[in-house]
Design a protein around this ligand. Structure first.
Ligand SMILES: [Zn+2]
Length: 258
């Protein structure tokens, strides 16, 4: 009885706290800055500025195609040099609006977005995420984790897990050395060198990874070099399949390509 009363009071206090917070800092759309009804929501103009990726796309890396060539058709880049991972899917194209959503999640402590973004990602990965899949975030180096306080990919992994019912393994991969951010490195080849051998499977989780279907979770897919470096470590540890699910992917020639 007392516990229930406490629960009721703390819920009420939480609601009052949120209402006070909303008065002090009215919730804003992360894309446009316009006022929205609740934290973690987008305004109509914010929705319109995002580009959700739909079929047709490359059966392997998920890059959108202008015309439908069939489900299993791969893009020229994947045919020329197949990625280490098996498939990659993204919820949205990386454009200016997506950049604002990602940087809100990454740098502004806007953790309330994670629930909504995880829902978008679960929809994009519905073709391969099952209850037997193991969702694993791309790890930050511990020094960057200390500076930022949380790993945005881990937040997304947890959220995709809640929506899809898939299991989440947060600490199965670790960075063996710090690497400069990929966005500061111009060429694909240099990006590949930057992250080569930078990831390792944590020995404690090797048996969980062996034979598993891994879905690697990240916020943005650009050249795929980071995802490939992680996939290589996971496959060497015996993962049966490694797919990649991200919030946003850069589309060559598209708005916001970097
Ligand atoms: Zn492709």
């Amino acid at each position: 009885m007392r516990a229930q009363l406490f629960h009721t009071i703390s819920n009420a206090a939480g609601a009052v706290g949120q209402a006070t917070l909303n008065l002090l800092m009215p919730p804003q759309c992360p894309v446009t800055g316009e006022a929205v009804a609740a934290p973690g929501k987008l305004g109509p103009a914010g929705w319109a500025a995002l580009h959700f990726i739909e079929r047709p796309f490359c059966g392997r890396c998920g890059v959108p195609f202008a015309a439908d060539y069939g489900e299993s058709v791969e893009c020229p880049a994947c045919i020329a040099e197949p990625p280490v991972f098996d498939r990659a899917r993204a919820a949205i194209s990386y454009n200016e609006a997506a950049r604002k959503v990602v940087s809100g999640l990454k740098f502004s402590d806007r953790m309330e977005y994670a629930g909504m973004l995880g829902g978008w990602m679960a929809r994009a990965g519905a073709g391969f995420v099952t209850r037997e899949s193991l969702l694993m975030p791309v790890p930050l180096h511990w020094r960057r984790l200390m500076a930022r306080r949380y790993n945005q990919s881990a937040l997304l992994a947890r959220s995709v897990g809640e929506v899809s019912g898939a299991q989440v393994l947060l600490r199965g991969l670790r960075r063996t050395r710090p690497t400069p951010p990929q966005k500061e490195i111009p060429s694909v080849e240099a990006r590949r060198r930057n992250v080569a051998g930078a990831f390792a499977v944590d020995e404690k989780y090797r048996s969980a990874i062996k034979g598993a279907h891994i879905v690697l979770i990240d916020d943005v897919l650009t050249s795929g070099a980071t995802a490939s470096a992680c996939a290589r470590a996971l496959k060497q540890a015996g993962a049966s399949q490694v797919d990649v699910l991200v919030l946003a992917r850069v589309v060559k020639g598209g708005a916001g390509a970097i």
